[in-house]
Design a protein around this ligand. Structure first.
Ligand code: ADE
Length: 224
């Protein structure tokens, strides 16, 4: 999977893409991430990428020209299955959407900033608009990182234990069951006996029952 992320704050990505699973995915050659600084595509002498909104109102709007230059250059080099714009008025990200998007080979993620982007970018370049939740962030960068992380861990070979993405919360519309590790008893608080019993089938049933119980308690909407 190749992700091309377009942003006016490229440094924000330094930490998240160079740590842990995302870093290892790149080292294994399973994922490529390229960060493009929108300012490099600015055509004006101050490297501006935003301007005042026509009709007035507070907040700056990202201009179409640098975004067009960047996207068009990328599209001339390879085919993209999706060009995603991260925005609070997009469709809310969920595990099903992440599963589907993780099958794509090449994607562009466009991070909005300030008051957003010129609507013509959305009308003519964007294939999908995604929100990570009903709250407003200062820009699309954190949302792009959330989306990228949720996709990368689904790419085959990225997780060491292949089954581990399959047993995540939401994968079968159930929240994940509780987990425990050593010691089996701490300050008198014991791990459920079944987990140390060695009965694989019984453990699987316990996990499933606990997942259903947790989902009924916390997210009954998932069971509908
Ligand atoms: N940009 C600002 N807020 C956002 C959100 N909630 N989701 C995606 N992109 C955003």
């Amino acid at each position: 999977m190749r992700l091309d992320i377009i942003t006016c704050l490229p440094d924000l990505f330094d930490g998240p893409i160079n740590q842990s699973i995302v870093k290892r995915a790149q080292q294994k050659g399973l994922v490529e991430i390229y960060i493009h600084n929108l300012r490099d595509y600015s055509t004006n002498k101050h490297n501006n990428v935003d301007d005042y909104a026509f009709g007035g109102g507070a907040g700056m709007v990202l201009m179409i020209e640098p975004i067009d230059s960047c996207i068009s250059k990328l599209k001339s080099e390879r085919d993209y299955q999706e060009i995603v714009y991260l925005t609070p008025d997009g469709k809310t990200l969920n595990q099903g959407m992440a599963n589907g998007l993780s099958m794509n080979e090449n994607m562009i993620l466009l991070c909005g900033h300030y008051k957003g982007v010129d609507q013509r970018v959305r009308d003519h370049f964007i294939t999908r608009e995604i929100s990570i939740g009903d709250y407003v962030l200062s820009g699309g960068e954190l949302a792009a990182m959330v989306l990228a992380d949720s996709l990368i861990r689904l790419v085959p070979g990225v997780l060491n234990d292949e089954s581990s993405a399959l047993t995540d919360s939401f994968q079968d519309n159930l929240l994940a069951p509780p987990v425990y590790t050593r010691p089996a008893e701490y300050k008198g608080w014991k791990v459920p006996d079944i987990l140390t019993s060695g009965h694989e089938a019984k453990i699987e049933k316990w996990r499933h029952d606990e997942a259903v119980k947790r989902t009924e308690e916390r997210r009954p909407d998932l069971l509908k």
